[in-house]
Design a protein around this ligand. Structure first.
Ligand SMILES: *Cc1c(COP(=O)(O)O)cnc(C)c1O
Length: 268
């Protein structure tokens, strides 16, 4: 997020526009507005994914940055490689297209883009990754960007000194050697995600397949309130998004069973 803030603040003047899907990561509008730029929110499509045609159509001469979140937080829907490539061909090459892959470790291979290949072919692509999610270093706030040398140079120039603590750097470097542990943890999440999706479908819940470590339930205010009361009553923490739905993190099997029992009792 720190890197994203630098990108937005560094590239945008007052009144410049940043396009992103909505709903997506709740920090996007905050970072855009902090930079004095204008947030252009494009509603997700009916499959809870990015509506890239609408995003391309929203480009104006003030557009500086387009944010793509794959898999999307909070819906878990990825954007395919081919769709992003077609999008990159359609938008001006002076617009920076940020591919935010905060949850990419949880995605099935091939569900999302080969972002490095896109970056190699399109210099206006910037990839963001984080150690906060699958690597479990959320409190340490360390992540990185893959970007063209001019952009990377700008990021180095505008970084606050010591913005990534020595401890966070140590932890991130150690994490790079713990790939197998991370993959084992992720494999469990994927297995549980599939099990929950199957059981919920059998109970009449119609959810879009998630490639994140969470499930997304589209819910109007009535359903959301009902679900939140049930989860609160059971002492289970889930994320509510007013007007849109509820995001449930995939946890261990026992906790997931409790979630499934609650949802079974509230099936639409
Ligand atoms: C968590 C998250 C990030 C970055 O988190 P940091 O802790 O700042 O590294 C970026 N994008 C999305 C979509 C996220 O969910």
């Amino acid at each position: 997020m720190g890197v994203l803030q630098q990108i937005i603040t560094g590239l945008c003047d007052a009144g410049d526009e940043v396009i992103f899907a909505w709903r997506s990561f709740e920090a996007y509008p905050i970072l855009v507005e902090l930079a004095g730029a204008r947030a252009v929110r494009i509603p997700l499509d009916h499959l809870e994914g990015h509506d890239l045609d609408a995003m391309a159509a929203a480009v104006t001469e003030r557009t500086k940055i387009i944010l793509l979140c794959t898999p999307n937080n909070p819906t878990g829907v990825p954007i395919s490689h081919d769709r992003i490539e077609a999008f990159l061909r359609a938008v001006r090459s002076d617009i920076l297209v940020v591919i935010d892959e905060a949850y990419v470790e949880y995605a099935e291979a091939g569900s999302g883009p080969d972002s490095l290949a896109l970056y190699r072919e399109y210099p206006n692509v910037c990839i963001l990754r984080t150690f906060s999610k699958a690597y479990g270093l959320a409190g340490l706030r360390v992540g990185y960007a893959v970007a063209a040398p001019e952009i990377a140079e700008g990021l180095r120039r505008t970084a606050l000194p010591f913005s990534v603590s020595a401890l966070a750097q140590k932890a991130a470097i150690a994490s790079l050697d713990a790939g197998e542990e991370m993959e084992a943890r992720v494999a469990v999440v994927k297995q549980e995600r599939a099990r929950m999706s199957r059981e919920l479908a059998a109970r009449g819940w119609k959810l879009e397949p998630s490639q994140g470590n969470f499930l997304w339930i589209r819910a109007d205010d009535e359903l959301r309130t009902r679900l939140m009361e049930a989860f609160d009553g059971a002492g289970i923490m889930v994320r509510a998004y007013q007007g849109d739905g509820v995001r449930i993190t995939v946890a261990d099997a026992a906790a997931n069973d409790r979630v499934l029992r609650i949802l079974a009792a509230h099936a639409a």
